[in-house]
Design a protein around this ligand. Structure first.
Ligand code: FAD
Length: 301
C-alpha cells in the first residue's frame, strides 16, 4: 500500500523502523521483534540504509523479505551518500521490481567522524533525490524533518527553507527526527504549516531503554533531553529495569499527547527490539487513546 493511501484511510497509524542486522544473532533478534510487533498491525515498517550507504544489499533484501514473506507494507530508506545517480537508479529499479511502493528519500549520514561529501555524479541534497524520484518513478516519497533543526543547518529558518524545497520537489509525507519534548514538535509543526508545507508529518519516537545510548544519539542528531527527564533518568543509573520502565511510561505520555494534538500517526524507532514499543502501542490501543478529548456530541431524541 502507498503511505499516502494509508494516511487517507487509517487514523491514527503506527509504524516501526528496523535496521538490517549485521549477523545471525542480529537476524534472530530482528525476526523476534517483527513477530512481536506485527500483530499490532503497523501501517508500515521502514528499513534503514546504513551510514555511508553501507547496507545497500541488506536493506533491499530485508525490504523485499518483509513485504513478501510477512506481508507488511515497507518503506525502504534510500540515501544519496556514496552513490552516483546511475547507482541510485539501479537501486531504485530493483526496489520497484520487487514491488516496494514507498521510499524515504534521504541525503544520508557519513560514517562517524567524517563530513558529508557528494560523490562525483551524485546528489548533494535529499531534495535532488526527491526530484529525480518524482520525475522517473511512481514511488510514494517520504522525507525527513527535524523539530529541533538539522545539526548542520545554520538556523531553524534555513532548515525550514530546505524542508520546503523537499516538499516542492515532490515529497508526499514527512517523518521527524526523534525528540523528547512535545513542545518542540508542536512549535515546529506550527512553523512548518506557516511556511505553507501541508504534508502529513509523522512524529518519530524512540522509547528510552538505555540512557547512555540515547545520550549518544541525541549528541549526534541535535535533539535535546528535557532537564526533568534527565534528572529522573540519572536517578535510576545502574538500574536497567527502572530506566526501561521510565522510558516506556514517558514515551506513552508523549505519544498520547501527540495523538490528542492531532498527529496522523506515530513512527517508532525500535532499534530492532519489541518490548518497549509493544507496551506503548498496546496501551494506546487498549485506551483508544487517540480519540480527542472535548465536548461530547449530544443527540436529541
Ligand atoms: P537534506 O534534506 O539534504 O538536509 C541536510 C542538510 O542540508 C540540512 O542541514 C539542510 O538544512 C541542508 N540543506 C538541504 N537542502 C539544502 C539546500 N538546497 N541548500 C542548502 N542547504 C540545504 N541516515 C542514514 O544514513 N540512513 C538512514 O536510513 C536514515 N534514516 C533516517 C530516517 C529519519 C526519519 C530521519 C529523520 C533521519 C534519517 N537518517 C538516516 C539521517 C539523515 O540521513 C541525516 O540526518 C542527514 O544528515 C540528512 O538527511 P536529509 O535527508 O534530511 O538531508
Amino acid at each position: 500500500m502507498r503511505i499516502s493511501d494509508a494516511l487517507a484511510s487509517q487514523r491514527p497509524f503506527f509504524s516501526f523502523e528496523f535496521f538490517p542486522p549485521r549477523d545471525d544473532a542480529g537476524s534472530r533478534q530482528l525476526v523476534a521483534a517483527i513477530e512481536a510487533l506485527a500483530p499490532l498491525r503497523p501501517a508500515f515498517v521502514s528499513i534503514t540504509y546504513g551510514a555511508g550507504g553501507s547496507t545497500r544489499a541488506r536493506t533491499v533484501a530485508l525490504a523485499k523479505e518483509i513485504q513478501r514473506e510477512i506481508g507488511l507494507t515497507v518503506v525502504a530508506h534510500v540515501t544519496c551518500i556514496g552513490a552516483s545517480r546511475a547507482e541510485l537508479r539501479a537501486l531504485l529499479d530493483e526496489l520497484a521490481r520487487a514491488g516496494i511502493e514507498n521510499v524515504l528519500a534521504l541525503r544520508g549520514d557519513p560514517p562517524a567522524g567524517s563530513q558529508f561529501v557528494p560523490v562525483a555524479g551524485g546528489f548533494e541534497h535529499a531534495s535532488e533525490l526527491i526530484a529525480m524520484l518524482r520525475r522517473n518513478y511512481d514511488f510514494c516519497i517520504g522525507a525527513a524533518c527535524y523539530p529541533e533543526k538539522h545539526p548542520e543547518a545554520t538556523t531553524p529558518d534555513a532548515d525550514l527553507s530546505a524542508l520546503k524545497t523537499k516538499a516542492e520537489a515532490g515529497a508526499d509525507f514527512l517523518v521527524s527526527q526523534l525528540f523528547f519534548d512535545n513542545a518542540q514538535f508542536f512549535g515546529f509543526e506550527r512553523r512548518v504549516r506557516s511556511a505553507g508545507i501541508d504534508l502529513p508529518m509523522l512524529p518519530g519516537l524512540m522509547p528510552i531503554t538505555n540512557f547512555s545510548q540515547i545520550e549518544r544519539f541525541v549528541a549526534l542528531c541535535g535533539a535535546s533531553i528535557p532537564p526533568k527527564l534527565r534528572v529522573e533518568m540519572n536517578a535510576r543509573k545502574g538500574d536497567v529495569k527502572a530506566v526501561e520502565d521510565l522510558g516506556v511510561a514517558y514515551a506513552s505520555m508523549q505519544a498520547l499527547e501527540l495523538l490528542q494534538g492531532g498527529v496522523p500517526g506515530l513512527h517508532f524507532y525500535t532499534l530492532n527490539r519489541s518490548p518497549a514499543t509493544r507496551a506503548i502501542v498496546s496501551s494506546l490501543l487498549a485506551a483508544s487513546a487517540w480519540r480527542p478529548f472535548g465536548p461530547r456530541s449530544i443527540t436529541t431524541p
